[in-house]
Design a protein. Sequence first.
Length: 95
Amino acid sequence: MATIELLSPAAVTAGKAVPLARRVPTLEGRVVGLLDNSKSGTRPFLDRVAELLRSVHGVSRIIRYDKKAAALPVPDEMLEAATRACDVVINGIAD
């Protein structure tokens, strides 16, 4: 009789949990970075987010960051620049 080998597609879970980012008490007066993942719908989505951040939440400044391709990670230099310049960064993903 033939033997059938079964493989599980479930991945092993990582032992390290990644903590949630600290929240700021308010967005008013803050500098917010908007990270565009380069998909077609992301720019108009983030344009609207920027508009709402300014009009509703009183954000003082918005800095835009653009990835070259959605499948690529954010370059270290871009992350470091955003960390230095922004109080909060929003990663926008829209198809």
